[in-house]
Design a binder for this molecule. Structure first.
Ligand code: NAP
Length: 314
């Protein structure tokens, strides 16, 4: 593996947490590179509307993500469009291995790899992915204009996306396994007021079946009585939370039972010089503003860490 270059800081992941870290790192004059395998922006690019990022009353997730990126690019943040496949911690420097067999070394690493949508793991979910099964209302909602869709989930994402889909479709069934939503009260009130949204309480999605080539029916079960029923639908949108993208978190890093990385108040893991931010990190709430704040905290702490390393080397 070729040793491509040495940096003060390598950031892995280009969502709000990673890009905020980039802004603060460059303001602290650290030689920094951000590695992002897809388009920068992260999960927020999939949100139709963001209306709780302070000082930004209403923006599409895509637009907000672009603002993060442009801000970081104003500081000339180097963005490497590659996948980080492993991280090898070291005493004097850490190594980040890339999918092209190259490796980068740095004093500090900030892990900002976020999370991915959780799957229901029911029959038909994989088979009809892209043929009516979706994890992104903004990406696929357009195909369901004046049709009927099912949204599965009871959190903020399911609520927001159900409301978004209600603007486009004829009818939205919100299927939730319990009798109370986890979503914030403001979203719950909007759902209740939307005539196109019908909540099916205490209902589990058991299977997704097709009519022809595309989704046509969802099999449901009452979680109390066990009674089963069929629901005709043109689409199945699944928003049941997400799982941390912790595949490249180095062995020995402290994680909680759900796979989120545990850090101290500086966002530093139990491995010196390795930080975790945003949705990858164990925290009370997962919000864009908190991801941005994590990026700031970790970059400032990394700058201090790098300064000490440099002084020790001098
Ligand atoms: P979440 O808050 O974890 O909610 C997941 C929902 O899916 C829960 O209602 C859960 O049911 C349900 N669920 C989980 N596994 C299931 C399964 N196997 N079968 C059926 N239902 C299942 O996830 P999220 O809505 O994606 O939100 C993630 C985080 O991002 C949260 O902290 C949220 O506040 C935040 N977020 C914030 C905003 C915003 O503020 N604008 C927008 C989006 C997301 P139970 O309730 O029964 O557990």
């Amino acid at each position: 593996m070729a040793n491509r270059d040495f940096y003060d800081l390598i950031i892995v992941g280009g969502g709000p947490a990673g890009l905020s870290a980039g802004i603060y790192a460059l303001r602290a004059s650290m030689r920094t590179v951000l590695i992002e395998k897809g388009a920068p922006g992260g999960q927020v690019t999939l949100s139709a509307e963001v209306e709780n990022y302070p000082a930004v009353k209403n923006k599409s997730g895509y637009e907000l993500a672009q603002n993060f990126l442009e801000h970081a690019q104003d500081y000339n943040l180097e963005v490497l469009p590659q996948e980080a496949v492993a991280i090898e911690p070291g005493l004097n420097a850490h190594t980040v291995c890339l999918d092209n067999e190259e490796s980068l070394r740095s004093h500090a690493v900030i892990l900002a790899t976020g999370g991915s949508p959780r799957k229901l793991n029911i029959p038909g979910e994989d088979d009809y992915y892209g043929k009516g099964v979706s994890y992104c209302a903004v990406c696929d909602g357009f195909f369901f204009r004046n049709k009927t869709v099912v949204v599965v989930g009871g959190g903020d994402t399911a609520a927001e996306e159900a409301l978004y889909l209600a603007k486009i479709t004829k009818k939205v069934y919100l299927v939730h396994r319990r009798n109370a939503l986890r979503a914030s009260m403001i979203l719950q009130k909007r759902l209740a007021a939307d005539p196109k949204v019908e909540i099916l309480w205490n209902t589990a999605a058991k299977a997704i079946r097709a009519e022809g080539d595309e989704v046509g029916v969802m099999d449901l079960q009452d979680t109390y009585s066990g009674e089963q029923r069929e629901l005709k639908t043109d689409g199945a949108f699944i928003f049941i939370g997400f799982e941390p993208n912790n595949h490249i978190v180095p062995a020995g890093t402290r994680m909680n039972a759900d796979g989120y990385v545990v850090t101290d108040e500086k966002c530093e893991t139990n491995i010196d010089g390795i930080f975790a931010v945003g949705d990858l990190r164990e925290k009370y709430a997962r919000q864009i503003v908190l991801s941005a704040a994590d990026g700031c905290t970790a970059a400032l702490a990394a700058a201090h860490y790098v300064e000490i390393k440099r002084a020790a080397e001098a």
